[in-house]
Design a protein around this ligand. Structure first.
Ligand SMILES: Nc1ncnc2c1ncn2[C@@H]1O[C@H](COP(=O)(O)OP(=O)(O)OP(=O)(O)O)[C@@H](O)[C@H]1O
Ligand SMILES: [Mg+2]
Length: 600
């Protein structure tokens, strides 16, 4: 059974509903186990009373020894169950944890893959996603245990009070009145602790990130080169200390309240014990009942004073988790985000930006301002411009990653928003500055570019041809398992490629895609100049009748494009072929002049 994430708010009853969805059998079994534990603690009271009374009677010859035995066995059963119950409980809570990890993992992965792209680029939502998805298995398993613990406490409180009431009603009432403030204090303490842990969490996130910087593989070179470890270490320690102090304060508060509570509970228990002496003396309760009640009351008051605070603290934390979870489920999705490209080829005639304005969600600075340009089929285009001028942003709009723009974007004279994601994927394909490295085989790394025809002979032949063109074929087919060799270090026999080889692989993945429009956002930064210029020269041949959109800072490469758009401050400042733009003697000509020496 698959888990469907709730579209409405997660509430307190989901402390039970969610674990139940993940593993109904374990949730019920844990409930039975805990209920029996609570009941056995209550049953123990009359059993101990009876046992003591009969034992005394038998020493005085008023009862036979055989009469004592059944009560003795009952006591052994109660105590024995509590020992076994711990093992049973650990087994089912572990089982629940494993199943919750699997089921919630699937549901979360599904949700994450549908998320609107803006949430992935936004630091706040990205943090939220990480918070919700890590350790969900442990959280689900613990939340039901804490709820059940409260149930055990309730059974014990009501059960023991029931006996007291039936024996001496006024002592029952007295205990109840004294327990209520203790329960209230423990709830309040729990809530305060939760608030402290939330405050500490923000420092935790930061010192965990810094610990990552200090230890991860990607930054290893820079750590050595820049020698910044000590500096980062200090910062790490600072954040760690802040979190530690908050926790320490909370712990001291907890200890104080527990210690204060234990003084109160000792006085209370003593008081109740003294109170119980009177009915014992006048014979309204037996000696056995006196001992059983006095001991269980002490346990009970102690439990209310300390364990309950802990359970409430954690439940409040899980309440916070539910708030996050509700927010995560509500994050907007892109309809059809996970769909494969439309199988039926969609022809490309034109792409036009008409007065397009765009601001990233949750920011104020407009990035595109009145952008206007038109592209037509079969032509090679290039975008050039300084860092941050908006080139990559334009490609994100074209491919439908962001759709909250003003103005019009027309594809084949039809508004972009009227296309489905799978239609857009059939028209555009691209490779970005931060292309991905997949730790799968060489062949798969390329073939996933044409997901609808991954395993066809045609794709294989195309792959070989592309690898040869890109000058990768000889190197890669010489790998231990040829093109089937796994890449990356996550497999024992995996091999790593050089930065440039990875990039060429990513280019091959893009080129094998049948979409008629190719977007290449600086895909050649890791290539050596010879490979790069060779690639651009071959490009017309490789891309055949495709329309291509190139983005590069190296104008010697973009020079070959039929039409160049110079992007400046979010709009098209100049447009034309290389010679037209040179004749214009504007921004482009200046940029080209400053790079001229690179090409001569
Ligand atoms: N997800 C985002 N949220 C908010 N602002 C963003 C986001 N992505 C980019 N920006 C901002 O948009 C502006 C344009 O960025 P863009 O990546 O389009 O520039 P670019 O022209 O591709 O630059 P480069 O040549 O460095 O690749 C920059 O100021 C950048 O800070
Ligand atoms: Mg860019």
């Amino acid at each position: 059974m698959e888990i469907k994430l709730k579209q409405t708010k997660y509430r307190w009853w989901d402390f039970i509903a969610l674990p139940f969805q993940c593993d109904p059998a374990a949730t019920i079994a844990l409930g039975v186990q805990k209920a029996l534990t609570g009941i056995s603690a209550v049953v123990q009271v009359p059993v101990i009373a009876k046992l003591i009374d009969l034992a005394i009677a038998s020493t005085q010859g008023e009862a036979a020894f055989e009469e004592v035995l059944p009560w003795f066995f009952l006591l052994v059963l109660c105590v024995g169950w509590r020992r076994i119950s711990f093992i049973v409980g650990s087994f089912f809570s572990k089982r629940l944890q494993v199943n919750a990890g699997a089921k919630m993992g699937i549901a979360f992965t599904d949700k994450r893959s549908r998320l609107h792209y803006s949430h992935i680029e936004n630091a706040d939502t990205w943090n939220l996603i990480k918070r919700v998805c890590t350790k969900v298995d442990e959280t689900v398993s613990l939340m039901i245990q804490r709820v059940y613990n409260l149930m055990v406490y309730s059974i014990r409180i009501f059960g023991v009070l029931f006996f007291v009431f039936t024996q001496v009603w006024w002592i029952g009432l007295l205990t109840l009145l004294l327990c209520i403030p203790l329960i209230l204090v423990s709830f309040k303490g729990g809530d305060k602790n939760y608030k402290s842990s939330k405050e500490a969490a923000q420092y935790d996130r930061r010192h965990q990130y810094l610990a990552e910087v200090l230890s991860n593989r990607e930054a290893a070179n820079e750590r050595t080169l820049f020698g910044y470890s000590d500096h980062v270490n200090e910062d790490w320690y600072d954040q760690f200390e802040k979190a530690r102090k908050i926790r320490l304060k909370a712990n001291i508060r907890l200890m104080r309240s527990v210690r204060g509570g234990s003084v109160v509970t000792t006085i209370l228990s003593a008081f109740i014990t003294v109170a119980l002496i009177f009915p014992t003396a006048d014979g309204s309760i037996t000696v056995g009942m006196f001992i059983a009640l006095a001991t269980s009351m002490y346990d009970l008051i102690n439990m209310v004073g300390s364990e309950m605070t802990k359970a409430v603290t954690q439940l409040a934390q899980f309440g916070g988790y539910f708030k996050d979870l509700t927010e995560f489920v509500a994050l907007s999705e892109t309809a059809g985000a996970t769909d494969a490209p439309e199988k039926k080829p969609i022809g490309f005639r034109s792409l036009e930006f008409k007065n397009v304005n765009f601001t990233y969600p949750n920011t104020d600075t407009p990035i595109l301002k009145n952008a206007n340009f038109k592209m037509e089929s079969g032509i090679q285009y290039a975008f050039v411009g300084v860092n941050g001028s908006g080139k990559t942003t334009i490609t994100k709009l074209i491919t439908g990653l962001y759709d909250q723009y003003e103005g019009e974007i027309l594809i084949n004279e039809k508004e972009l928003r009227t296309y489905t994601q799978s239609e857009l994927k059939a028209i555009f394909c691209g490779i970005y500055q931060d292309f991905a490295k997949y730790y799968i085989s060489v062949a798969e790394n390329i073939a996933i570019g044409n997901i609808n025809q991954m395993d066809t002979e045609e794709t294989k032949a195309q792959m070989d041809a592309l690898l040869k063109r890109l000058g990768l074929y000889d190197d890669l087919s010489a790998l231990p398992e040829g093109l089937k060799t796994p890449l990356g270090k996550i497999q024992d026999n995996g091999v790593d490629l050089s930065g440039g080889q990875w990039q060429k692989l990513a280019i091959a993945r893009t080129l094998i895609n049948p979409a008629p429009v190719l977007i290449l956002d600086e895909p050649t930064a890791a290539l050596d100049p010879i490979s790069e210029s060779k690639l651009y020269e071959q490009f017309e041949e490789i891309s055949q009748d495709k329309t291509s959109i190139f983005i590069s800072h190296r104008l010697g490469s973009t020079k070959l494009a039929n039409k160049i758009f110079v992007i400046n401050d979010g709009c098209v400042a100049e447009a034309g072929s290389h010679s037209e733009l040179m004749a214009l003697e504007g921004t482009y000509a200046q940029m080209y002049e400053s790079q001229r020496s690179w090409y001569q």
